[in-house]
Ligand binder design. Structure first.
Ligand code: 13P
Length: 253
């Protein structure tokens, strides 16, 4: 059985106080929820210490992710945050290769490979984001682009490592645009992604959760999650409203 996951990527939003309130609300709304879903929040770095302590005090089942990490282990890299530091704070997951990082911060597949290696070597789980942009979809190159993103980064690892990876298919044209992939488009791509993973990691592909991300909200979550290969969601905007985030989580079961 693959783990079902809903992860909230807060991006560069909320003050610390707002983030603390948000996580308290999410935890409260999930208190009686026994559904087998791994619920993850990925607040900004600056919020991780206090949110980790709230989750601990509340004996919460919600777990922490970081939105990014350094591609080097430690040393003179001003402004960077290492995987070990994030592990220290209690992060279980780290988002790697979000399209905003690829686009605005010019992260290359080589950078992502180094990050992935550090995350895996530290016993944590990368949430590895892949997805085509609008032009690539319009040119009907979306399968090719996504396959390349997987091959360039994942194929150099061992199957046992890849078993610890979570994949997130986020079509760039659907992120923050209000435009979602249809349930059929999502399932078609997720099934394809699983085949590309299986080509190299036969015994592991069926165990890897593949999340959908891009304008997922309470009104469309259930339909998108119906696909056999859609194991949950990576949620941006809607994860900033506790009721909406929890409604998406409940739509998964
Ligand atoms: P939105 O849900 O705001 O479209 O963002 C998706 C996303 O980028 C999650 O990582």
């Amino acid at each position: 059985m693959r783990t079902k996951i809903v992860a909230g990527n807060w991006k560069m939003n909320t003050s610390v106080a707002e983030g603390e309130l948000l996580v308290r609300q999410i935890d409260f709304l999930l208190k009686d929820n026994t559904a087998p879903v791994e619920v993850i929040v990925a607040p900004p770095f600056t919020h991780l210490v206090s949110i980790a302590s709230i989750l601990k005090d509340n004996d919460s089942k919600v777990v922490l992710a970081a939105q990014n990490c350094a591609y080097k282990e430690s040393g003179a890299y001003t402004g960077e945050v290492s995987v070990k530091m994030l592990k220290d704070l209690g992060c279980k997951y780290i988002i790697i290769g979000h399209s905003e990082r690829r686009e605005y911060f010019k992260e290359s597949n080589e950078d992502l490979k180094q990050k992935m290696e550090l995350v895996l070597n530290n016993g944590m789980h990368p949430i590895f984001c892949i997805g085509e942009n609008l032009q690539e979809r319009e040119e009907n190159r979306h399968f090719e682009v996504v396959a390349e993103q997987i091959k360039d980064v994942l194929y150099s690892f061992k199957g046992a490592d890849v078993a610890n990876v979570v994949l997130a298919y986020e079509p760039v044209w659907a992120i923050g645009t209000g435009k979602t992939a249809s349930a059929a488009q999502a399932e078609e791509m997720h099934a394809y992604i699983r085949r590309v993973v299986a080509d190299k990691f036969k015994g592991y592909a069926d165990e890897i959760p593949i999340l959908y991300g891009g304008s997922c909200k309470p009104s469309n979550a259930q339909e998108i999650f119906e696909g056999d290969n859609v194991d949950g969601g990576l949620i941006g905007g809607a994860s900033l409203v506790a009721q909406d985030f929890v409604a998406i989580i409940k739509a998964l079961v």
